[in-house]
Write a protein that binds this ligand. Structure first.
Ligand code: FE
Length: 231
């Protein structure tokens, strides 16, 4: 089974947040979509059970989602994608408003936002699919929508291991060529940052030993060669 075919599914990039008893957290999710367009549209959001945001959603049954724009840079996304709400205040350095449901809405780098309530939860192993009733919408900007493809190929971002779309390359034994002279891409196993040799003009192996991931500051040893993203 060739799991690289899964790279061809299209996704957006969203901030999914919730709060409970004055505790707030939000995470980056690519797996948000509208699933019905009845009188009141329904959405789903798929969240990893390890995320603090998952715990807060389970308690509050409230979810606010921001649709991100292409103006989002890696530092902004890292605040939500690669730090835990258990140890960092995700609202401390970003623009936000409080929604009608009393849950913060991230407005920075957002095009629009949805206020929702949880009406069903489906356990899919590592993740939960939250089925959401749309209760309120908010227009924020007219920028271009950030797709996962743009995030991956233009912003050069990756996904953490808790992402629904993360694929463990070692576990699935992808055929990674070794020792060739062509330009390769290396992915940080911690945060998903992509080091692109062609773009950087320096082979990964030629980087100094004390080089660290520009996003999460982990050592060079935590990078792995990325498989081809083309079929
Ligand atoms: Fe990293």
């Amino acid at each position: 089974m060739d799991l690289t075919t899964l790279f061809k599914i299209s996704y957006g990039v969203y901030i999914v947040g919730s709060s409970w008893n004055d505790n707030y957290s939000a995470c980056i999710a690519t797996t948000v979509m509208q699933v019905t367009s009845e009188d009141v549209p329904k959405l789903i959001a798929v969240i990893n059970k390890q995320n603090y945001t998952h715990e807060l959603i389970s308690k509050s049954k409230r979810v606010n989602i921001s649709v991100l724009s292409q103006n989002s840079n890696l530092d902004f996304i890292a605040k939500f994608g690669f730090q835990s709400g258990r140890t960092s205040n995700k609202l401390s350095s970003v623009l936000y408003e409080i929604g009608n449901n009393n849950i913060p809405i991230i407005t920075e780098n957002a095009i629009c936002a949805y206020e929702t309530s949880v009406i069903n939860e489906i356990d899919v192993g590592t993740h939960t699919i939250f089925v959401l009733l749309l209760e309120n919408t908010k227009k924020i900007s007219y920028d271009n929508v950030l797709t996962y493809d743009y995030y991956h190929n233009v912003i050069k971002g990756g996904v953490p291991k808790t992402a629904a779309t993360y694929i463990n390359q070692e576990k699935h034994k992808f055929n990674v060529s070794k020792g060739d002279d062509k330009m390769n891409r290396y992915r940080c196993k911690i945060c998903g940052y992509i080091y692109d040799e062609e773009k950087e003009g320096v082979k990964f192996e030629d980087l100094p030993d004390d080089w660290v991931c520009p996003l999460c500051k982990t050592p060079k040893t935590n990078f792995e060669k990325e498989i081809e993203n083309e079929l």
